[in-house]
Design a protein around this ligand. Structure first.
Ligand SMILES: [Zn+2]
Length: 214
């Protein structure tokens, strides 16, 4: 029997993700069909943007169901984003995460390349309080930066190993590639993208004004 509640919930998540994609597109954060957006449907199932779609012009039909290995669960001709394993690994790692959002914005891409130490540390910004659980600008938010890698299954293992050392991280960066962040709802993950983009932009300006890269 068809579960009306579940299909209504899925339709709601598709609408929320599509709206987030359009907002990110308007800001120039998902150019040239880059980026991908997903939400958890159940313990072992998520929906994710289909490969090759313009994430700034998403409709509710531009998503497909995947398992947590990133494999499509529907028609065989449907192609999930190549980065679906990275989404699945985060749902596996954090049982209560409900959404994973990934953007290729200029600020995230640039700061990932200037972070020589393998991480970006943000401190002193009021905006950090937009990250779940952070209550003060005095918090040091450490965002791991990993080398980019085309084998996304292998990369998801490397990400897991880094996150073992950063259990409180809200996000990670792939060098020269972009930002991954997550949340306990689509709205929270979207707030994390918006806050981190603001913070990366401020941090890049601060580094440029100092001129010494510290
Ligand atoms: Zn990407």
């Amino acid at each position: 029997m068809r579960d009306e509640g579940a299909s209504e919930r899925e339709a709601g998540l598709r609408a929320e993700l599509a709206a987030a994609g359009r907002a990110f597109g308007a800001r120039g954060w998902v150019p040239a069909t880059s980026g991908n957006l997903s939400a958890r449907l159940g313990p072992d199932v998520a929906i994710i943007t289909a490969s090759g779609r313009d994430k700034g012009a998403l409709g509710e039909g531009d998503f497909l169901a995947i398992d947590l290995d990133g494999a499509p669960l529907g028609a065989p001709e449907e192609r999930a984003s190549a980065e679906a394993p990275l989404h699945g690994a985060l749902y596996r790692r954090f049982a209560d995460v409900r959404a994973v959002l990934h953007v290729h914005s200029p600020a995230a891409t640039t700061i990932s390349l200037v972070a020589g130490s393998g991480e970006v540390t943000l401190r002193g910004y009021e905006m950090q309080k937009a990250l779940a659980g952070v209550t003060t600008h005095e918090h040091a938010e450490v965002i791991p930066v990993l080398p980019n890698e085309q084998d996304t299954v292998r990369l998801s293992t490397l990400v897991g190993e880094r996150l073992d050392h950063h259990p409180d991280a809200h996000a990670y960066l792939l060098a020269g590639h972009g930002l991954y962040t997550w949340g306990w709802s689509v709205a929270e993950a979207r707030r994390h993208v918006e806050a981190l983009e603001f913070l990366f932009d401020c941090e890049l300006r601060r580094l440029a004004l100092r001129g010494d890269g510290r």
